[in-house]
Design a protein around this ligand. Structure first.
Ligand SMILES: Nc1ncnc2c1ncn2[C@@H]1O[C@H](COP(=O)(O)OP(=O)(O)OP(=O)(O)O)[C@@H](O)[C@H]1O
Ligand SMILES: [Mg+2]
Length: 378
């Protein structure tokens, strides 16, 4: 049985990361030099894939690496434990080293030799249990990366994924607290990933915000069509499938080269081809693959729409952008409300500005979905 030809969902392996080589090399160098980086971009564009590959390379160069995904965490204690575990994995190779902390009925003192390993990393094991201890544990966790790096004489790179969720997890004060620890950590570099562009940029580039000038801010660029063409053609060729340029260009033009959307289109195209028992990609198969990809992506697009929570006017604005109609001529709509909607759509990475008063969808397939499913009855 052939494996999954086009990987979808979650970080992809090195050989399936299209066109990010230069970016990964540059990111790896910066982090290796101790420069912290904030990497931002729209959803499902490949931030986590790129970060995981970067960490993998740093590890092979002898760095310690640790990663924490805020999306999965629910509270301060959870965060502290995740960070401590991620740091300690470098030493022991054992996951969930500190899980004992989750179990409030147990005492950590003398539990096992792992606790002793922590002792050498200056954890005060004499803490009593309770809310206050969550703060103490968090303080310890935030200081640990540097303690570990120094103790083991190994530079450490820490990845914080979905960084915009840190305040949900540990309260708004967390950013200041983190900065106060991180700024003195000479042997640790941080890689922050975020998808809420506005919030992330503010946090790192506004003088009044906690992470001002702490990290270099890098946007993740789109993947050029030519890189997709090469990748897709090579993948199909490896399976003995003929791949004329025209249908491939058509597939990429329909997906707009958006990483996940393009992968889903290619994957559905591949299965359509298998079902049809053919070994040459045609425009008809691309069309079929595209239709199926839209169905596959519908739940994601529904979620995006729910999250946008649009008013009546908001909906009209979205429709006008989707149909390339004038936005400021919506009957009885307040121009301020129209402006607010546009700012909201820009902040959510749904649209991007292409010129004065003109906007386009970041994901052409989302636009298509809206026209077919959402606005079709209007
Ligand atoms: N460079 C790439 N080349 C090919 N496919 C990619 C690339 N980047 C992302 N993808 C596709 O997009 C999917 C999502 O990638 P990933 O999880 O890395 O993105 P993300 O930006 O971290 O997403 P999220 O916003 O959900 O956290 C992957 O499973 C893969 O199908
Ligand atoms: Mg991600």
């Amino acid at each position: 049985m052939p494996g999954k030809l086009f990987p979808i969902g979650g970080p992809v392996a090195e050989e399936d990361i299209v066109d990010r080589e230069d970016f990964i090399v540059s990111l790896t160098l910066r982090l290796a030099e101790g420069q912290s980086v904030m990497l931002y971009g729209p959803r499902r564009i490949g931030k986590t894939s790129l970060a995981c590959e970067t960490l993998r390379r740093l590890k092979t160069k002898g760095f310690y690496v640790a990663s924490v995904d805020f999306f999965r965490l629910t509270g301060k204690r959870d965060f502290a434990i995740a960070l401590i575990n991620a740091c300690l994995e470098n030493r022991t190779g054992i996951r969930k080293t500190l899980d004992v902390w989750k179990d409030r009925t147990k005492t950590i003192i003398g539990t096992d030799k792992l606790a002793i390993k922590l002792q050498d990393l200056e954890l005060d094991l004499g803490l009593s249990r309770g809310e206050q201890d969550d703060d103490a544990l968090l303080d310890y966790a935030l200081g640990l990366p540097d303690v570990l790096a120094k103790r083991d004489k190994r530079p450490l790179v820490v990845l914080f994924d979905e960084f915009q969720d840190a305040s949900r997890v540990a309260g708004t004060e967390i950013y200041k607290k983190m900065r106060s620890y991180f700024q003195n950590q000479k042997d640790v570099a941080y890689l922050f990933l975020g998808s809420k562009e506005g919030m992330i940029k503010t946090l790192f580039s506004d003088k009044r915000e906690a992470f001002y000038r702490f990290a270099t801010i890098l946007p993740l660029p789109p993947i050029p069509a030519i890189a997709w063409v090469e990748y897709i053609a090579a993948k199909f060729r490896a399976r003995g499938i003929l791949c004329p340029p025209e249908p491939i260009n058509e597939a990429i033009s329909k997906s707009g080269g958006h990483p996940q959307d393009t992968m889903v289109v290619c994957s559905e195209l591949y299965y359509a081809l298998l079902e049809a028992g053919q070994d040459i990609i045609s425009l008809e198969l691309v069309q079929l693959g595209y239709e199926r990809a839209l169905l596959t992506l519908a739940p994601i697009y529904d979620e995006i729409l729910d999250d946008l929570n649009l008013s009546f006017v908001g909906r009209q604005v979205l429709k006008r952008i989707a149909t390339a109609a004038g936005i400021y001529s919506i009957a009885k709509a307040n121009p301020n409300e129209i402006k607010r909607t546009i700012d909201h759509l820009l902040a959510k990475n749904i649209i991007e500005k292409t010129g004065r008063g003109s906007y386009t969808f970041v994901e052409p397939m989302f636009r298509d979905y809206l026209l077919r499913e959402f606005f079709s009855g209007d």
